[in-house]
Every structure is written in C-alpha cells, then in structure tokens.
Design a protein around this ligand. Structure first.
Ligand code: NAP
Length: 670
C-alpha cells in the first residue's frame, strides 16, 4: 500500500492518525492511504513565510521565470512516473496528456511570459505613470509587489498535476511560496509530482509544501498577506468561503467551482456542414475525455429545435463507438470515474436529470464494464424537450460523462438557456455567422468566464471548448465560483498587492527602477551607444544638437518615399485642414531626422533597433522650424548572456522647447 506523505517544513511526513484509504478506480481495491491529523500546519505556514517567501522575493521575476522553466523541463523528463501512477485514477493515456503535459505546458507559458512581459526586477508596473500635478512634478504609478504570506491551494481530484501546476506557476512567478492541498482521492499522483520538484533541487527551501489529507486549522490563522485558492464543488466552496477567519480578516479567497457549461449549435450549422461535424466532435470529446470529470465539460447541448433529432442521431452514433474500459489498455477511449463514491454520486445525479429528461444513450446496468468492481459508467445522453420548465438540467452537475441536449427557438432563447447555468466557466458557439457570435456575446458574456467560437475556418487550430489556456482567463461568475485564474500576467497579479504610488518623478524612478519623465537625467561624456548594456544606467541621457527643417527636405522626402499626401505638398489644402497651419513635415521625416541626430554610427554595443512603442506626434513642424532630441534610458531587460533590451524614452522638441513627438525606442545592446 502506498503511503502518501505530506511535505512539511522540509520533512516528508508519513500518514498518521485520521489517515484515509484511497481506492483504485480500476479495481476498487485500496491502494494507498493519506492524511495525518497530527500534522503541524501552523509550522508549515511559518516555514513558508519565514524561509520560503524571503528566498523567493530576493529573486527577480526573470530569476523565477527561469526556475519555472527548469522545473517544467525536469517534470517533462520524468513524466512517465506520473503517467504510470495516473492510470489508477481511471485516466487513459490521452487523459494524462491533458493533466500531466497540460500542467507542464502551462508552467512553460508562465516561464516565457515572466521573461517577456515582466521586468527583471522585483516591482511590476501596472500601466503607465499618471501626471497628477500641473507641471509633472507630482506623479502616480500603480505597482504590484508579492504578498508576504503563503498561498494555500486546495485542489480538486480530477487534475492532480495540472490543477497544482496551473496555480503554482503564477504563485512562484509572483514571488509567493505555496502549500498545496490536493484532493485525497488522487493525492498520490500530486505527491509524486511534488517529490520530483523537491528532489530537482531547483526550488528554494520553503517555497513548496504539501498537505496530504485535511488542512487542520490552517485557514483559521491566515491573514491579509496570505491567499487561499479553492477548486472543487460548489458545496465545499461555499463552506470554505464562510470560514470565519477568512471573512473577518479579508483573506484573499478565490474559487473555481463546478459549472453547467453549455455549447450552442448555431442556426447556420446545418447537418452535413463542417460546423455541424465540429459540434458533434467537440461534444463527444467533452463528454468522454477524463470520463467527463472536467470542470469545463459540456453539460448542456443547445441546438435549434429543428436540429435536435439530427444532433441526437449523430451523437448517439458516435457514442456507441466509444470503448469504455481499463484505462491501461491502449484501445480504451474512456476510462473510469475516480472512485466508486464518485460513481454513486454521478448515478444519483443522473437520476435527478432523468426525472425531467429522457435518457437517449447509456445504460449503467448494461454496458461492457457493467460487472466491473471499478468505477466505470457509460457515457449518458439525455434529451430535455422543455428546458424552460426543467430545473435539474440547469442546476445539477453530474461530474461524469453526462450531458443533456435541449432545443432553442431563437437566439434570445439560446442566450436565456445559456444563462440559466447561473454563471459558468465556458460556453461555446459553433457558427460561421458573425452576427450570431456577436448577439450571443452581448446577451451572454457576463455569465461566462470564457466564450469559445469555432467553425470551419478555425477548427484546424482551435484548442477545444474544454481546454483552459494559460494565456486566457479561467474562472467564471456565480455558480462557477466568481474567481479568476491564469490569463497570463493577470494570473500572477492575484498573488501580489497593487499599490498606487504617488510622489515626485525621482521617487517613482527610484522605486520602480524605470525612468519617469521629469526624473533626474544624467549626461555622461561618452555617447550612450558606445556603452555596453551593463554600463548604461536608468536616466542616462543624450541631448542632440538642433536641425532646421527646410521645404526642400519635405519635398525630397515626399518624392523619395512616394508620400505626397497633400498636408506635406499643398499649402492651401493643408491650411484648410483643422490640424495644420499649412504644409508640414512628415512625421516619419522627423523620426528619420531624430535617428540622424542621436545615432552614433560606428560599430559598437548597439546591435539592432528592434522597434518603437507609443509613438505620438503632438505638434506639427513646418519648414523653418528646428527639432532636437532627448534620448533617455528608461528601462533595461537582459535577454541572455550576450545582450539585453534597452528601452529609450525619446522626446523631440522644437525651437520653443515644445514637444513635437514622443516615443519609446527599443534597441538590443551587447
Ligand atoms: P470537493 O469534494 O469539493 O473537494 C475539493 C477539494 O476541497 C479537495 O482537495 C478536498 O479535500 C477539499 N476539501 C473538502 N472539504 C474541505 C474542508 N473542510 N477544508 C479544506 N479542504 C476541503 O471537489 P472534488 O470532488 O475534489 O472535485 C470535483 C469538483 O471540482 C467538480 O464539481 C468540478 O466541477 C470541480 N472542478 C472545478 C474546476 C475549475 O477550475 N472550476 C476544476 C476542476 C474541478 P479532500 O479530497 O481531502 O476531501
């Protein structure tokens, strides 16, 4: 029998008093035990705060992103261990790809976003600076810094690896340590994954701990620097949300719950069309992948009234070809539910649905695995002819391969039915009609965390109704828990505090290590383009000489480039334009002259100009005006051992010191 250990304050702790038995989904036999009521969870919290948090917070976002990447690659190298263990949860090899590989992939995306979209520092800037005073000497900036406590992640049984990694990656990237509490039923898989991460030596001590079994009084002593995330049933979510300490101390608490997700067959998707086929294929996958134990699975299938029979016909035909069986068998397409307890729960909930909907496919007493002691059920499809008066089909989540098809009259009716889920993680619409997509978005988006549109144009690349992606937010309102996870850097910010910083430009620059207009500029004798990346400091500035613009310059540029737009060529027509006093210089001519004014032409540390951001032309320049440039190092981001990106703040001013253009220039510097 496998002993599922907790990892607490640097020690692996075996099961003890109060341990619970874990059964194999395939055989129903007890294969493991987990839990120890004597576990000192308050010590774990202290260890995370005192040892883990300082170690993580001494690192930069980029250090942490590199650590995540190394961890993900380490897990990928050893994933066979996780596959082998996961069969006993009832999952097939293709289910493992969702859980194990999906979790590793999610970690890699966060690693990449951390390097690309976050600074190589400890303060994340949320938006641009705001000028709060008349002259720019009092500014504001929103910044995010990591919370100083611990993130407690309470996870559901269905994704023992992905469920942990999708939360752990943004937590560690933010700079917070985590205590993972997997669902007991599949905790042996999570434990193996935690062991791989701990044994890799890649994580600073105290940054990852795990509780196998109950959380004891952990939640009763958390404070405003801690975070609790919960994934699981609405019932447990409601119970935990009402923990007095969490409520009284406004401890951050985010939930991802069950959800009555729906998919709509668009009115344009006729049988025989690619859209109809995609609809059937996606619904089939959502019903059978992980034996329907996916929080995003399609529970309600909405089709135009006239297409219901065609959908039932196509789906039942496909479902009849699904092989349900031992997940270790390569021919098996759908494995078992996680346990016989779960099987009983699914059958009981299906019976409620069956009381108001006709079962059109799947008999749990008559299918290939009916006599198995394992937790097998067949896919079960119901037809609810009157979804307006029905209740159970919109309220009860049978967390297994169970879906109900229902008719809709028109788009308003489809939207009303979609919203009867009272908030869900995802709804999909299979249509090629942009008006249908827009109408359903307007009528339904506030009820869903994600809307997924698919048709013949996108189907080759579409990622699937049920796949939460690290780039996009995952979570939903109401019944779905009201939480939000992932969504790129948005997901990292859940573990940080956003603070509005107000002060002089120098104060803001010192805090953020980013130059803010109005902050001190430093002019050094050597041209900044001659100084390597390491020798450039935030605020280093070059002031160029002035250059006068002539009519000849404007004519030459116009004919050379072909840009003979009337504002540059025709005095009379230009003057009639409300923006121009007469013929004006091309904006791009000014940019080109600016480069000519600030460049240092010799080979040197500047390797390439890689782009330009936030360009604004603020005041027209006419022949006879002169321009000069101020070029200031705004921010630096190392890319690798050889070079890094320098973000320059560039301002062009005229002979009256009025700003005529402003932008940020990006260079890659050795
Ligand atoms: P569950 O029974 O609600 O349990 C979820 C987690 O809460 C488990 O780790 C469980 O631990 C823990 N827990 C239960 N009571 C607790 C308490 N008093 N204090 C602290 N922790 C407690 O849900 P499940 O059966 O594992 O998962 C299935 C549900 O999760 C489905 O409804 C599904 O829709 C939902 N889900 C949602 C998402 C999403 O992202 N929205 C993802 C996956 C699953 P024990 O196992 O030790 O009891």
């Amino acid at each position: 029998m496998r002993q599922v250990h907790s990892f607490a304050a640097g020690q692996w702790i075996a099961p003890g008093p109060g341990a619970r038995a874990i059964e194999s989904a395939i055989t129903g036999e007890v294969i493991a035990q987990a839990g120890n009521d004597a576990l000192n969870v308050q010590d774990m919290r202290g260890f995370a705060r005192e040892v883990g948090a300082p170690a993580l917070q001494a690192m930069t976002f980029h250090d942490r992103a590199r650590m995540l990447k190394a961890l993900a690659l380490h897990l990928r190298e050893h994933r066979q261990i996780l596959y082998d263990l996961s069969f006993n949860t009832g999952a097939t090899q293709s289910d493992h790809l969702i859980d194990v590989d999906g979790g590793i992939g999610t970690m890699l995306v966060f690693a990449s976003k951390g390097r690309r979209e976050m600074p190589d520092g400890q303060v994340y800037l949320d938006g641009p600076p705001e000028q709060l005073g008349r002259t720019g000497q009092f500014m504001g900036q929103h910044v995010c810094t990591p919370l100083q406590g611990v993130a407690v992640h309470i996870n559901a049984f269905n994704f023992p690896v992905w469920g942990m990694l999708e939360k752990l990656a943004p937590t560690l990237l933010a700079g917070m340590p985590a205590i993972i509490k997997p669902a007991t039923a599949t905790s042996y898989v999570t434990e193996a994954c935690v062991r791989l991460m701990i044994d890799s030596g890649l994580l600073p001590e105290g940054t990852l701990q795990m509780i196998a079994g109950g959380t004891g009084d952990l939640l009763d002593h958390l404070d405003c620097q801690d975070v609790v995330t919960f994934t699981g049933s609405a019932e447990t979510g409601a119970y935990l949300r009402n923990t007095a300490n969490l409520r009284d101390n406004a401890v951050r608490f985010t939930t991802e719950q069950d959800s009555l997700n729906a998919s709509v067959l668009g009115p344009d998707a006729t049988p025989g069309s690619p859209e109809f086929d995609v609809f059937i294929a996606e619904t089939l996958r959502e019903m059978t992948a992980k034996a329907g134990q996916k929080c995003t699975a399609i529970r309600r299938i909405l089709a135009p009234h006239s297409r219901v029979d065609a959908v039932i016909g196509a789906l039942t035909q496909k479902l009849s070809q699904i092989t349900v069986g031992d997940p270790r068998d390569a021919a098996t397409q759908m494995g078992a539910l996680v346990s016989n307890t779960q099987k009983n729960d699914v059958l009981a909930k299906s019976a409620h649905i069956g009381a108001e909907a006709e079962q059109v496919f799947g008999n749990p007493d008559d299918f290939a695995m009916a006599d198995s002691p394992g937790a097998f059920v067949p896919p079960m499809l119901f037809h609810c002819a009157d979804p307006d008066t029905a209740k159970a089909v919109h309220d009860i989540e049978a967390f297994g391969p169970v879906s109900t098809i229902m008719p809709y009259r028109d788009l308003d009716h489809a939207a009303a039915l979609l919203n009867r889920g009272k908030g869900s993680l995802v709804a999909s619409v299979i249509t090629r009609d942009g008006d249908v997509a827009r109408a359903l978005t307007l009528a339904s988006a506030p009820f869903h965390g994600r809307l997924y549109f698919n048709n013949r144009d996108s189907m080759a690349e579409a990622t699937g109704h049920g796949a939460p992606l690290p780039h996009m937010v995952h979570g939903g309102p109401g019944r779905a828990g009201g939480g939000e996870e992932q969504g790129g850097v948005r997901g990292v910010l859940h573990y940080m505090q956003r603070t509005a910083i107000q002060g002089s430009p120098d104060m803001l620059s010192a805090i953020t290590r980013t130059w803010v207009p109005g902050a001190q500029e430093v002019t050094k004798p050597a041209h900044p383009f001659t100084r390597p990346f390491a020798d450039l400091a935030i605020g280093d500035t070059l002031h160029s000489p002035a250059r006068t613009i002539t009519l000849d310059d404007i004519d030459t540029f116009a004919h050379f480039t072909g840009d003979t737009f009337y504002a540059h060529m025709d005095q009379h027509a230009a003057a009639a334009n409300p923006f121009f006093p007469g013929r004006v210089a091309h904006g791009y001519l000014l940019l080109s002259f600016a480069a000519g004014l600030f460049v240092q032409p010799d080979p040197g540390p500047v390797l390439a100009n890689t782009g330009l951001d936030s360009l604004r032309f603020m005041k027209p320049v006419q022949a006879g005006d002169s321009i000069k440039v101020r070029l200031t190092v705004k921010a630096k981001t190392p890319r690798n051992e050889d070079y890094g990106e320098v973000r320059w703040h560039v301002t062009l001013t005229n002979q009256n010191d009025e700003a005529v253009a402003e932008y940020e220039l990006l260079t890659m510097n050795a």
